[in-house]
Structures are given as C-alpha cells and as structure tokens.
Design a protein around this ligand. Structure first.
Ligand SMILES: [Zn+2]
Length: 206
C-alpha cells in the first residue's frame, strides 16, 4: 500500500464524519475516539471478572472445570438426565446469571448433552473458533463472563428451524422453571479485582 493510500484510509472515517458533523474542522483529524466511541467500547468489554479463587469458591469442582477450564462432562450423565426431565423455563449461566437459552429452543438431538437450536433470544452466547484437541470446532462462551459452555455444530440434518446444535454442558447451566425468579446477576468486577486494579494504578503512580 502506498503512503498516500494509507493516509487516505487513515482519514477516510474523519471525512465521512465531517459530512455528518456541521463543525468539521482540523481537530477532527486527531486520532482520538469520540466520547460515544469510548462508551460503546466500554459496554462491549464489560465482563464479569473474578479471581480464580473467587470462581472456585462460587462453583462446584465440576462447574469450575467445565466453565473456567473448558472441560467436557461425560455424555448421557446426570446433568443430561435432569435436563431431559425439565419442562418450560429459562437457562442461565451458572457463573454469572446471564440468560442463555429457553426451553423453547431445546430439542432432543440424541447426542448425550443438552441441545438447543438457537441462542439468539437472549443474545448472550458468543461463538469463537476452537482448534483444540486436533479439531476445528466452534466454541460457545457466555458473553458476560467468558464461561465455556460447549460447542455449536451446524448442517447436521436436524429438522429444527436453524439446523444448528448448541451442544452444551449441563453443569454450565442454571435452570429456572417458568414463573420462577431469575438468578442475581454477578457484578461486573468482584471486590478483589477492584482492589487489585487500585493497587496496580497506585504502583504505576496514577
Ligand atoms: Zn456467564
């Protein structure tokens, strides 16, 4: 890319901005994000952050291994048995309380793990490429706390509206029957993490 092209690219968004902003001036060419940009970035990255010790305290050893260390529960286990008996209701993240799935998107895949065909209702399930174990899979994680939930597979021929299979570890889910109270959402930063951040800032002389 030529220097000219780089320069054009660098300032292209400022030029576009200028069309919308009446007060377009040279100051727009500075590479400072606007307050709105800053706000949206903060909101995107607002995650529940806890120390390892805090997660261990909140979760059972199995829940911890699955959600924080990406372990997989055995197929057709106790969690799957319980899942199959659950009626109408909502599934929340066992770590942070974010809503993940509802019973409306649940289906019997026969794979041995809780299965859902869609996660868009709550919009709290993120998907990312997972190349571990010598396979290329798509991992599903909780948007609020990065808990490992399971994987998502598609085009397998299931007669569901999406033909996608969210294959989720039962231990990562907290089920609340219809009409029940939603779990309390974990605060974004635990006290320990807040204290640690203050210490780091002090040490940096801020
Ligand atoms: Zn979560």
């Amino acid at each position: 890319m030529t220097i000219m092209a780089v320069t054009m690219k660098k300032y292209a968004h400022h030029i576009i901005l200028g069309i919308f902003l009446s007060g377009f001036s040279l100051s727009c060419a500075e590479d400072k994000p606007s307050s709105n940009e800053k706000k949206s970035k903060t909101m995107e990255t607002a995650k529940v952050i806890k120390t390892d010790e805090e997660w261990r305290k909140k979760l059972t050893p199995e829940q911890y291994a699955i959600t924080r260390q990406a372990a997989t529960e055995a197929p057709n286990g106790k969690a799957y048995e319980v899942f199959n008996k659950q009626g109408e209701g909502t599934y929340y993240c066992v770590c942070c309380g974010a809503e993940l799935f509802t019973s409306n998107e649940k289906f019997h895949s026969g794979c041995g793990w809780p299965s859902f065909y869609d996660a868009t209702k709550a919009n709290n399930v993120l998907e990312r490429v997972d190349n571990s174990s010598g396979m290329r899979r798509v991992e599903t994680i909780c948007k609020r706390c990065d808990a490992h939930l399971g994987h998502v597979f598609e085009k397998e021929g299931y007669k569901t509206p999406t033909d996608r299979r969210f294959c989720i570890n039962g231990a990562a889910l907290l089920f609340v029957p219809k009409g029940g109270a939603a779990p309390k959402l974990e605060p974004v930063e635990s006290l320990k993490v807040q204290e640690k951040k203050t210490e780091v800032k002090k040490a940096a002389g801020e």
